[in-house]
Design a protein around this ligand. Structure first.
Ligand code: PLP
Length: 397
């Protein structure tokens, strides 16, 4: 019997993985593809961090640790929250896991009962709705407007909340738009949430240090201390320190919730890699200046991609405030016919055509709950990005 469990019928494979498969197929057929689909910095993990990992291996820090992370790592995490966010957490209010992704999943699995709702503003990171579905909850997708900077309005939030609402997920800087909520915007959302004690707030801050033009950052718990008791703050070193493969994320929030996540973790994956934990301590100790070189590079690349979009009839985009994605409106290309005679009926067609014609992989906005857009990830080497933009320009012309 090869049928999978019923819960599997509610999840789709990650669209990011699907495009990577297609890229590999085309490459195997001899095509040179430039991948602007991947949510990953091209920078090397900095040596100071890698050496901390090597030291952990040589020093025999290669055994099980406490399920929620070593005391040393939790101290580094607490220090990070105090230094960057003005938040105070005790050790039992902190948990480390194998990536922010695992912590988000565990938090949902530990708290969502069948039929309970999770509010997800769109466009959203692809995994949120499927994780909610796996937890047997109901994702409630709430579309946001480009003219609102892709941010959820308080009145829209108020309309979406029901007695069954268990969570709202906020992601700032956001994937796929780079939108950043200001302190005031978070406070306005908090005012709405104050009247609904059944709702937990998840703040996914994984792109926190990657912000342009010195954009200020506030996390929800800091903006709404009165709701800190029902706020879970998620972060990690994947995007901030070019450490996606190390699989190390962390979360902080009320003790009851952290304990529940820890129980789940103790019966599934146990502690995150001891080696990655040691490396993450070194990562979290780096001062803010650590990011300035990366930000300079990303700022130039963001400029380059925006120039391509601005110069292309049929495309437009709101400049991202953070992260490393441009979310471009491609509605002006939809409805056109390619030189080969194929109609571009939707954003998937546009992405497929750009891959076939220009050899450049980008993701279609519908994967993020927002049809009519393309997500262009620009954290790739300068020369590659330049070539990609030239190929895209030529194809669109
Ligand atoms: N949250 C968002 C918004 C992301 O874009 C990603 C990765 O793409 C993650 C979480 C997961 O990060 P991690 O590598 O820590 O699991």
């Amino acid at each position: 019997n090869t049928t999978t469990a019923r819960r599997m019928q509610r999840v789709r494979p990650s669209p990011t993985a699907a495009i990577s498969d297609r890229v590999r197929e085309l490459e195997a057929a001899g095509k040179r593809i430039i991948n602007l689909g991947e949510g990953e910095l091209d920078f090397a993990t900095p040596d100071v961090i890698s050496y901390a990992g090597i030291a952990a291996i040589v020093g025999q820090q290669t055994k099980y640790t406490a399920v929620a992370g070593t005391a040393g790592l939790k101290r580094a995490i607490a220090h990070k929250f105090a230094r960057d966010n003005g938040l105070t957490f005790q050790q039992h209010e902190i948990i480390a896991g194998s990536g922010a992704k695992q912590l988000i999943f565990n938090a949902l699995l530990a708290t969502v009962d069948p039929g309970q709702q999770v509010i997800i503003p769109a466009p959203y990171w692809v995994s949120y709705p499927d994780m909610v579905a796996l937890a047997e909850g109901e994702p409630v997708i709430v579309p946001c407007e480009e003219q609102d900077g892709w941010k959820l309005r308080p009145e829209t939030l108020a309309q979406a909340i029901t007695p069954q609402t268990r969570w709202i997920i906020l992601n700032s800087p956001g994937n796929p738009t780079g939108a950043i909520y200001s302190l005031q915007e978070l406070r306005a959302l908090a005012d709405v949430l104050a009247d609904h004690p059944q709702v937990l707030i998840m703040a996914d801050d994984i792109y926190e240090p990657l912000r342009y033009n010195g954009a200020p950052f506030a996390t929800f718990a800091q903006a709404a201390l009165q709701l800190a008791e029902r706020t879970l703050t998620i972060n990690g070193v994947s995007k901030s320190h070019a450490m996606t493969g190390w699989r190390l994320g962390y979360a902080a929030g009320p003790a009851w919730l952290i304990t529940a996540m820890q129980i789940l973790q103790s019966q599934s994956t146990s502690n995150p890699s001891s080696i990655s934990q040691a490396a993450a301590v070194a990562a979290l100790q780096q001062p803010a200046a650590f990011f300035s070189q990366w930000l300079e590079k990303l700022t130039r690349r963001r400029q380059r991609v925006m120039a391509w979009v601005a110069a292309t009839e049929g495309l437009s985009a709101t400049p991202p405030e953070g992260a490393f994605y441009l979310f471009a409106n491609c509605k002006g290309l939809i409805g056109r016919i390619t030189p080969a005679g194929d109609p571009l009926a939707d954003d998937s067609d546009v992405a497929r055509w750009l891959l076939a014609e220009a050899g450049v992989a980008v993701l279609h906005g519908s994967a993020f709950g927002m049809p009519g857009y393309l997500r262009i990830a620009y954290a790739v080497k300068d020369e590659l990005l330049e070539e990609a933009c030239q190929r895209l320009e030529a194809a669109c012309r």
